[in-house]
Design a protein around this ligand. Structure first.
Ligand code: UD1
Length: 416
């Protein structure tokens, strides 16, 4: 199993191109199921979750060719309408094939994702929405079994804001008969990016990026080209790394307007940030100030940035409260950060962090994707050497983290 070895205490300097967004790429890859014609995607990040999605799509009969950051998909002839447990359990986003399969082929069998390290994460809202659109759904031997002659438009109000739930329902609705309105829709930029890809395929969607999305169903979609948006979470992770390691970096190929909440927090920490249309320049020459944060759906502070900001607070001047409102068990990085000398106590859904002047290197374990990123950040400023085990979690969502942080001056290497 791969590990990372990081020697702390080296400032960052240089430029880095932000990768394509994992959370935009995954649903857009699944959108290929909605048409028999080719979907050509560029800026697709090279990540384990993308590889898992391509494997799943190929298993369903989609041809998928990858050439660097370009992926060409064609779902001419399905060979199977089943997403099996062995793939779904490794990546919950596999549920995103449910809406497209049902909309285009009238049936689907998708394994229930089951337990997940960061919380329960049920898919009841996906199911409820599809039922409102006329699907007959049952749970059979751990699988969601869905059937519909043709889905019809419906008015759907989700109980909570769900990102992949909104995306699944949007993909189902584009081929349904009539108009679907999704209320309480997720406003994440990745939902907008999916809508742009679907529109390029001929879908009729209004309101993506607001909490009411209206979709007029069409009979068929066609092939299209689409460039996947940049990864705001990856960009935010680099900036948190800078906040603790200090130095000066430029992030390229990123629209700063999709990450206001993160930029605000980092400015509050003392990072000096300048932005242009597609770049962010940031510098830091002091110990960060502690900042409070409360995760919430977009445009609030992202739960996917919580572990990384906590790592910054661990070495900040002062103390801060970080409250997690989206997932009930997303503090697993706390025990590992404590092994590095962080002072954190947890009460319910809040972590109370008192900044310490130094962390000390130790062996720690990655527990989920963003928790791993938090550990990498803490290690950049810990005395001596930190070894992070189980970094397959990190590889799910970060493209060559060690090479890219290494190019910025971090002392970081992968080994077995
Ligand atoms: C997506 C992101 C993930 C991010 C999360 C929250 C992708 C591939 N993943 O995950 O990186 O951390 O949004 O921003 O885009 N819920 C239900 N029932 C449902 C659906 C959701 O109870 O049917 C609950 C979840 O348990 C959670 C909350 O709603 O407490 C939000 O989850 P959701 O937005 O659906 O997360 P994902 O789409 O899985």
């Amino acid at each position: 199993m791969d590990k990372l070895r990081i020697r702390g205490g080296f400032p960052l300097a240089g430029e880095v191109d932000v990768s394509g967004a994992k959370n935009a790429a995954l649903p857009i890859l699944c959108a290929a199921l909605l048409t028999a014609e080719p979907l050509v995607l560029s800026n697709v990040p090279q990540l384990q979750d993308v590889a898992t999605t391509l494997k799943l799509l190929r298993q369903l009969g989609v041809t998928a060719e990858r050439d660097g950051e370009r992926v060409t998909l064609q779902a001419a002839q399905p060979v199977s309408l089943e997403a099996p447990y062995d793939l779904v359990r490794t990546m919950r986003a596999s549920i995103l094939v449910l809406g497209p399969l049902l909309a285009r082929f009238g049936q689907a069998r998708v394994s229930l994702p089951g337990g997940c390290a960061i919380g329960q994460r049920p898919v009841d809202q996906h199911i409820k929405g599809l039922q409102a659109m006329g699907a007959e759904i049952s749970i059979d031997h751990g699988y969601v079994v869905a059937r519909a002659r043709r889905l019809h438009g419906a008015r759907i109000v989700t109980d909570m804001v769900t990102v992949t739930g909104t995306e699944n329902l949007m993909m189902a609705a584009v081929l349904a008969e009539g108009t679907t309105v999704i209320e309480n829709a997720a406003r994440e930029p990745e939902v907008i990016d999916l809508a742009l890809a679907l529109q390029a395929m001929g879908a009729r969607i209004r309101g993506a990026g607001t909490d009411r999305i209206t979709i007029d169903g069409v009979d068929r979609l066609h092939g299209a080209n689409h460039r996947v948006m940049a990864d705001r979470i990856e960009a935010g992770t680099f900036l948190c790394a800078l906040a603790v390691a200090r130095g000066s970096i430029v992030l390229r190929r990123i629209d700063p307007s999709v990450m206001d909440a993160t930029l605000d927090k980092l400015r509050e920490c003392g990072v000096v940030i300048e932005t242009g249309a597609d770049w962010i320049r940031a510098s830091m020459d002091r110990r960060p100030r502690a900042v409070h944060a409360r995760t919430s759906p977009y445009p609030g502070f992202a739960t996917d940035m919580q572990a990384q900001l906590m790592a910054v607070d661990c070495v900040a001047e002062g103390s801060a409260v970080i409250t997690e409102t989206i997932f009930e068990n997303r503090f697993m990085h706390v025990l590992e950060l404590q092994r590095l000398g962080a002072e954190i106590t947890i009460e319910g859904s809040s972590a109370f962090v008192t900044g310490v002047p130094r962390l000390s290197g130790a062996t720690v374990m990655a527990t989920d994707l963003r928790a791993s990123a938090g550990l990498v950040i803490a290690a950049l400023v810990a005395d001596g050497e930190t070894v992070i085990d189980r970094i397959y979690h990190l590889d799910r969502g970060y493209e060559k983290m060690e090479t890219r942080l290494g190019a910025l001056g971090a002392r970081i290497e992968r080994f077995r």
